[in-house]
Every structure is written in C-alpha cells, then in structure tokens.
Design a protein around this ligand. Structure first.
Ligand code: SF4
Length: 324
C-alpha cells in the first residue's frame, strides 16, 4: 500500500456568522466551512479539488500551508500533525509546503524588486549565500518563462500572466514537495492559462512535485489532475481517478456539477439540475450534506450522514443509495 505524502483526517474549521451589528455582539452562530474533510495526497500526483464557491476548497488548502488554523482533525505530513504545530514549529516545514494564489500581486510587497522578493524565502529558511541565492533566482525565473532582466523589475511592471509565473517561481524557489494552487490561472485569458498550466505540469514532473489543484473549471481540472475530489458543504462527497470519475460519475451532486458544464460529457441516466443556493452548515445541520438539493433524498438521508466509502477500486462516494 502506498504511503501518502500528506493526509487530512476529519478536518474541522468554523467561521462566525455575526448579526446586523457585526462584531459589536457575539456571533449569532457558526458556519462549518470544513467538517469531516478527508484527503490523501501522494508524491508526484496532482489532486484536483472541485466544488461550488464556498464549499470549503480554499479553507482546506489554506489549512495545509498554515494560513488557516483548523479547530479539529489532523493534517499529517512527514510525521507531524500540522494542526498541532505553533508558528516556530511550522517554519521548517514551510519549505516543503507552498501555495500559489489567484491574486499573486496582492500577496507581494509592492516596494520590493523581484530579485529580493524571490530571495526572501531562502533567507528566512537560511538557504545559501547571497551569490548562490541570486543564481537560484535567475535559474527559477528562466524555468517559469521569465528573464534574468526581471530580477531588477517590480511585480506591478509585469503582465497578468507574468505575475502568475512569478507566483509559481516564488513557490518553487525553495524546492517544495507540495504546492497548493488556489485558482492559480482563473484571472487570465484562456491561451495564457494553457501556457502556464503546461509549464506547471512540466515543472511538476521535473521536480517531482505534488499539487493540490483547487479550481472552478471542471475541464481544466480534468486536464491537469490524476485524481479528483468533489467537495460539497465542507466535506468530500466523491473521489476517484480522473477518467474513472468522468466515466462513472456516481454521486448526485457530482452528476449535477458536471451536467452544469456544457463541454463535459457525463454518463448518467438522468441529468440533475443544480437548483438553489448552497445552504449554511451549522452544528444543527443533520443528514447528508446534499439532502436539501438532492432529487433522491429520503427520510434516512435527512437524518443520517453517509460515510465516504470505496464502491469501486479507488472510487469513493458518500451516498446512502450507492454501493449498498
Ligand atoms: Fe442524495 Fe441521499 Fe445520496 Fe445524499 S445520501 S446524495 S441526499 S440520495
């Protein structure tokens, strides 16, 4: 049995919901942004995480790199439970766990030139001397399709595509093992998206990287991912290898999600239309996460949460009606 590079078990993260007077008063309730989330990520693989906006994809990704502090569950990496580490204990592991953001520019210091900006993570991690750090920056600039002359430029002087290349360079500069890519190319034109995705997959093979690829476009996720997980209301509802998921789409939510994308062909007897908004999941929420919008929901679905079970080799589904 393969050992995962990173494993998430029963992850929990809540956010407060305030009344009309905001933070003047205690929260009205708490929204379970992530609840019972589980995931395994293997060395060298790209795992695509899909689901509607607000389903908990980004919170899951940010928890891995330490930008969000979960209230419960485990994120196991290299013998550590990342959820239990303080900042000082987490710092050496940051070298292995990096993130590429949708809006790279806003995550950078506008007064810092690109050279020092890329050298900074190496300085923090105590890697190399000034000459070797500069050589590493020039090397990574070229690997991501930028030029040596960009060393002296400011990030705001770059085009949108070049900024995302810079974001990837910053994630790669300290040779990470895993990169969380949160909507990394969604703000770019389709042709630029394709160039950057091809570059990313090339670098992934070259550097044996694992990618957690969080993205709204199912077609792009299908193109880039080895396995895909489908999230709904803070939990994983289906997971399989990419082509297995598209050939045997089992969970009603996944069927509805795929049916909403015109160029994704889904083999299902009945196409499900996804109606209504994503409900808020609080501690009082009972049953299957999808029961409020599922056309097959019955009384049992409204009472009991189905567990994520393997119903075909490597194919897991959380639905009472599947695989029984
Ligand atoms: Fe629908 Fe019930 Fe399956 Fe949930 S468990 S997806 S509500 S049929």
């Amino acid at each position: 049995m393969r050992t995962p590079l990173l494993e998430i078990k029963n992850l929990q993260k809540k956010y407060p919901i305030y009344g009309p007077l905001g933070k003047l008063f205690p929260p009205k309730t708490y929204m379970n942004a992530v609840s019972g989330m589980q995931l395994q990520l293997f060395e060298g693989e790209t795992y695509g995480l899909v689901g509607e906006s607000g389903c908990g994809k980004s919170t899951t990704g940010r928890s891995i790199v330490g930008l969000v502090k979960p209230e419960g569950g485990e994120i196991l990496y290299n013998g550590h439970d990342l959820t239990k580490l303080n900042d000082k204990e987490f710092r050496p592991l940051r070298r292995d766990l990096q993130m590429v953001f949708q809006d790279t520019l806003s995550s950078m210091n506008p007064r810092q030139r690109i050279g020092p900006l890329l050298e900074e993570p190496m300085v923090i991690q105590g890697i190399g001397d000034p000459a070797s750090r500069r050589a590493a920056v020039i090397d990574i600039l070229q690997k991501v399709g930028l030029a040596e002359e960009h060393y002296f430029r400011y990030p705001h002087e770059l085009s949108g595509g070049q900024v995302q290349r810079l974001g990837i360079a910053r994630a790669l500069i300290i040779n990470p093992k895993l990169i969380v890519c949160d909507e990394p190319v969604s703000a770019l034109d389709v042709s630029i998206q394709a160039q950057i995705l091809n570059m990313l997959t090339g670098l992934q093979k070259e550097m044996n990287l694992s990618l957690l690829f969080i993205y709204h476009d199912i077609g792009v996720v299908r193109y880039i991912s080895h396995r895909i997980g489908v999230m709904y209301l803070g939990s994983l509802v289906e997971e399989a290898e990419t082509e297995e998921l598209f050939s045997n789409t089992l969970h009603p939510y996944t069927q509805a999600l795929f049916a909403s994308v015109p160029d994704v062909s889904v083999k299902t007897e009945k196409k499900i239309a996804l109606k209504g908004e994503l409900p808020v999941r609080t501690d009082e929420f009972k049953g299957c996460v999808f029961h409020t919008r599922c056309p097959y929901a019955n009384d049992h679905c409204r009472e009991a949460m189905p567990e994520l079970r393997e119903v075909r080799p490597g194919h897991k589904v959380a639905c009472h009606l599947i695989g029984r």
